[in-house]
Design a protein around this ligand. Sequence first.
Ligand code: FAD
Length: 413
Amino acid sequence: MRIGIIGGGAAGLMCTATLHETHPEWEIFLIERNDGLGKKVIISGGGRCNVTTGIQDVRNVLKHYPRGSKFLTSAMYGFPPDAVYAWFEAHGVPLKTQADQRVFPVSDNGRDIVRVFDTLFQTQNVHVLLKTHVERVDKKDGQFSLFMKGREEPLMVDKLVLTTGGQAYRHTGSTGDGYAFAVSLGHTLTPLAPSLNAFFTREKWTADVSGLSFESATITAKRGKGFSFTGPFLFTHKGVSGPAVFALSSLVAFENYDKTHPLEIKIDLFPHQTFEQLRTQRNTVIEQHGHKQFKTVLALLIPKSLVEILSQQQSLPLQQPADQTNKKTRETCLAWLKAIPLTVVQRGAGDEFVTAGGMPLSEIDPSSMESKICPGLYFAGEIMDVDGYTGGFNLQASWATGRLAGSRMIKSL
Ligand SMILES: Cc1cc2nc3c(=O)[nH]c(=O)nc-3n(C[C@H](O)[C@H](O)[C@H](O)COP(=O)(O)OP(=O)(O)OC[C@H]3O[C@@H](n4cnc5c(N)ncnc54)[C@H](O)[C@@H]3O)c2cc1C
């Protein structure tokens, strides 16, 4: 049996490992255009590699995929986060789970994750073809021909797995080639869009509070039925970022927004308090510190730098003693803190972490990852119309689908 796997990212690596560990006699050709495996795995999580999530309940894990959650059910139950955790530890990489449920190697080094596969594949029947760029694929008489740049003869394989990823961070080698391969074999392709990106805003004041972060804020976008997400949040030089913004970007991935059609968002810095509770808290601090300037009192609720912004944006006289401020001023401040308005005019261009959209899930068997259009063709990872929020969910989906493609291919033979 000869198997071709195009793409040595997370999905291709796990698929190869699964096939090889069960059937070491099979010839596997793992083809990667880069000069090393797992380039994106190595840079993920800021180089630390957020390898999976610490959330154990699979039903809860599946809620973290705006697209593909139902489709992933079999793959995720077959190789859930705790099994991924155990797999890497059994292969010599100790992991740790942070308080925010993100899982990293204890070494904080993504290279340790990739090294597992480099070591596993130093064996006779796994042919890792690095610096090898597949340009075209074809299928005839039940066999796939893989045409590679600079080679005259195609590589012939019995089964083909496409793990070429999406087209985010193109310089890592993921340029979306697999979409064209699949289309040439009879598949269609959904629209594609960047996802997990920061937002650039029309308002320039965010630069003055750049780096200011909040453990929890709710970001709401006014579009269609409305979108909202609560989580860690950060002001940046050009707008806003952080996990809550990434998640919202994923929810609005297929919405168009730019300078002429901006996306209006609102940020609630007190998502766990109602307006009324916040009013009570404010009144308490005013009672305790009424003689102080109102801006000093507000700085007991939010960082001082943000009080300055509030004062500028709402043109409020915040120098007067807190107990002398009128109701309108007090209420305007509260309203702002519960719904800071910002105008998103651009995605953090080229900086998105994943591609939303891909191979239509209706054309892939979720219990095996095999194509319903072209027998013998399998998919795994980001190439499919599956994407998750930040927090290890995208790598988890790649490990799980790579594993399922490999194990079901074994069963089918
Ligand atoms: C900066 C960044 C940080 C991230 N951090 C995290 C994180 O911490 N946790 C998380 O869960 N997710 C993270 N992600 C997302 C996650 O890394 C990806 O979703 C996941 O790696 C996708 O894996 P994949 O195997 O499907 O595809 P990829 O990792 O994209 O692999 C595809 C491979 O195919 C190769 N290839 C493509 N075309 C060809 C061709 N024609 N011939 C030969 N080879 C080809 C490419 O070179 C590439 O190596 C991050 C993404 C980015 C960009």
